[in-house]
Write a protein that binds this ligand. Sequence first.
Ligand code: KIV
Ligand code: NA
Length: 267
Amino acid sequence: TSKRLTAPDITARKGKDPIVSLTSYHAHTAAIADKYVDFLLVGDSLGMVMHGFESTLPVPLELMILHGRAVMRGAKHALVVVDMPFGSYEESPQQAFRNAALVMKETQCGAIKLEGGKRMAETIRFLSERGIPVMAHIGLTPQSINILGGFKTQGRTQAQWAIIEEDAQAVTEAGAFAVVLEAIAEPLAAKITRTIPIPTIGIGASPACDGQILVMEDMLGLSPRVPKFVKEFGKVGAAIEGAIRMYAEDVRSRAFPAPENTYEMKD
Ligand code: KIV
Ligand code: NA
């Protein structure tokens, strides 16, 4: 069937086959990924991988909406989740609802994602009780790099465990339909996955999670630098460079356009 998956469909996958997901920022690659994934995340990492920002912090809500619409046009089966960018939800549950509702109206996506555990629990509850499914995101939260001191793996000492476990518990109790665990040590990811009743979606969080996500550009080999947790399943950057080099050579040697690329007169 071609019916689109919903947030409750994803929640129901807890403890079953691994949930497969990717980020997506572009209509045509969304259509390709749609054949293979359960959900697509329009993540704010688009600021880095598509727009060349050094972090996700400069990303405006408008950009999330534009890319969210493109992905919704391309993907017909996967649940589409759109990230709330830095500054669009942290102030209050009301601010979060206003902006998340705008994202849902403008893109018609099925859920939003926001960063933060315990501190965002009240907001997650406020949104979920008012019709907006929320995916939480804990561990390494890239919108907080200026506090964390960089893109650093979390939960590698026992002392850090309690905080992340409390975050997982808090977002679950607040009504999140799933939670992203980013860059945390394997035993902690395994423990959280065993403990909470909602699916854990890992990125750099081991195979113990209920599902996996990667940034599409990273796994395609299209990002200049990637963290250790990324496997490059493709060499798309190299393929693009090869094609562009050949094009430039063919234009300079006048091998392109060839007769088959050229219009002739009808009379
Ligand atoms: O923006 C993003 O790509 C994300 C994933 C890393 C989960 O939030
Ligand atoms: Na993100």
